[in-house]
Design a protein around this ligand. Structure first.
Ligand code: NAD
Length: 248
C-alpha cells in the first residue's frame, strides 16, 4: 500500500535506538524526510546514517521541555516545514509508591508529559496553518493498565494521554490528527534493562507468544502518519501482541 508519505517532513524524537528509531526507519523507508534526535551526538549521527534516505540527527535531550521545543524548531528549520511529529523520550526510573518520594516526580513529568506538550506547542500551529499534520506520541500500555513498579511512568503517561486527546479534538478540523501508540513489550534496550537479556520467558506471557520487534511498532506508527489514516484521531492504540486484557 502506498502510504502517501513521500516527501513528508518528519521530526522523530528520541530515535537513536528502540521504538523511536524503528518509527523513523519506517517513515524514511516510505519516502519521508526525517530528522531525529538523541542525547549523544555520536550515537544519533550514527543512527541517522543507518536510517539512510538523507536523514539527519540532532544531539538534543528532550527531558527539559525547552530543549524538546528546540528539537522541533531545529527539525522544522532543517526540513523547511513539518508535517509529522513523533513524540518520544526514554522512560523514567522504576519505583513503587512507597519508594518514590515527591522530589522524583517533576523530572518524570518533564520527561514523559511536558516534553510532549512542548513539542506539540511548537509543531501544531504550523500544521494547522498548512492544514495537514500528523502527531503520534509513543506512550505505554501502562496508560490502560498501570505497570507495577513503574509509578512515575504510569503517572506521566496518563497525563500525556489526557493532553493529546484534548488537543486532537481541538485541531481535528484543520487536517491535523493526534494519536498515541501504546507499546506493550518490544525487544529494545529499555526492555532488556528492565527484564534482562533473555526475553523468551517474557514472550511466553504475551498472547502472541513473543515479545514484539521494534519494527512491529514502527510500521503501525508510519501508518498513523499516512494519508489513509486521516480519519483516525484522538485514539490511543495498543501495539502489544494482545497483552492488554481489557475490553476498551
Ligand atoms: P530505548 O531506551 O530502547 O530507546 C530510547 C531512545 O531514546 C534511545 O535512543 C535513547 O538514547 C533515546 N533517549 C532516551 N532519553 C532521551 C532524551 N531525554 N532525549 C533524547 N533522546 C533520548 O526505549 P524504547 O524501548 O525504544 O522505548 C521508547 C519509549 O517507549 C520509552 O519511553 C519507553 O519507556 C516506552 N515503552 C517502551 C516499551 C517497550 O516494550 N520497548 C513498552 C512500554 C513503553
Amino acid at each position: 500500500m502506498e502510504l502517501g508519505l513521500k516527501g513528508k517532513r518528519a521530526a522523530v524524537a528520541a530515535a537513536s535506538a528502540g521504538l523511536g528509531f524503528a518509527t523513523a526507519k519506517a517513515l524514511a523507508d516510505e519516502g519521508a524526510r526525517v530528522v531525529i534526535c538523541g542525547r549523544d551526538r555520536a550515537r544519533v549521527e550514527h543512527a541517522a546514517v543507518r536510517l539512510g534516505h538523507g536523514a539527519t540527527g540532532l544531539a538534543i535531550d528532550v527531558s527539559k521541555p525547552e530543549e524538546a521545543a528546540r528539537f522541533v524548531r531545529e527539525a522544522r528549520a532543517a526540513l523547511g516545514g513539518l508535517d509529522i511529529l513523533i513524540t518520544n523520550a526514554g522512560g523514567p526510573p522504576p519505583g513503587t509508591f512507597e519508594d518514590t518520594p515527591l522530589e522524583r516526580y517533576p523530572d518524570a513529568l518533564a520527561l514523559n508529559l511536558l516534553s510532549v506538550v512542548a513539542m506539540c506547542i511548537e509543531a501544531v500551529p504550523g500544521m494547522r496553518a498548512q492544514r495537514f499534520g500528523r502527531v503520534v506520541a509513543i506512550t505505554s500500555i501502562a496508560v490502560r493498565q498501570p505497570i507495577p513498579n513503574l509509578i512515575l511512568s504510569n503517572t506521566a503517561r496518563a497525563g500525556a494521554t489526557g493532553f493529546l486527546k484534548t488537543l486532537a479534538r481541538e485541531v481535528a478540523k484543520d487536517g491535523v490528527t493526534v494519536n498515541s501508540l501504546q507499546p506493550g513489550l518490544h525487544a529494545t534496550a529499555r526492555v532488556t534493562q528492565l527484564h534482562g537479556a533473555d526475553l523468551s520467558a517474557l514472550g511466553a506471557t504475551v498472547p502472541a507468544g513473543v515479545v514484539g520487534a521494534p519494527e512491529d511498532f514502527g510500521r503501525v506508527a508510519a501508518f498513523l502518519c499516512s494519508a489513509q489514516a486521516r480519519f483516525i484521531t484522538g485514539a490511543a492504540i495498543p501495539v502489544d501482541g494482545g497483552a492488554y486484557a481489557g475490553l476498551l
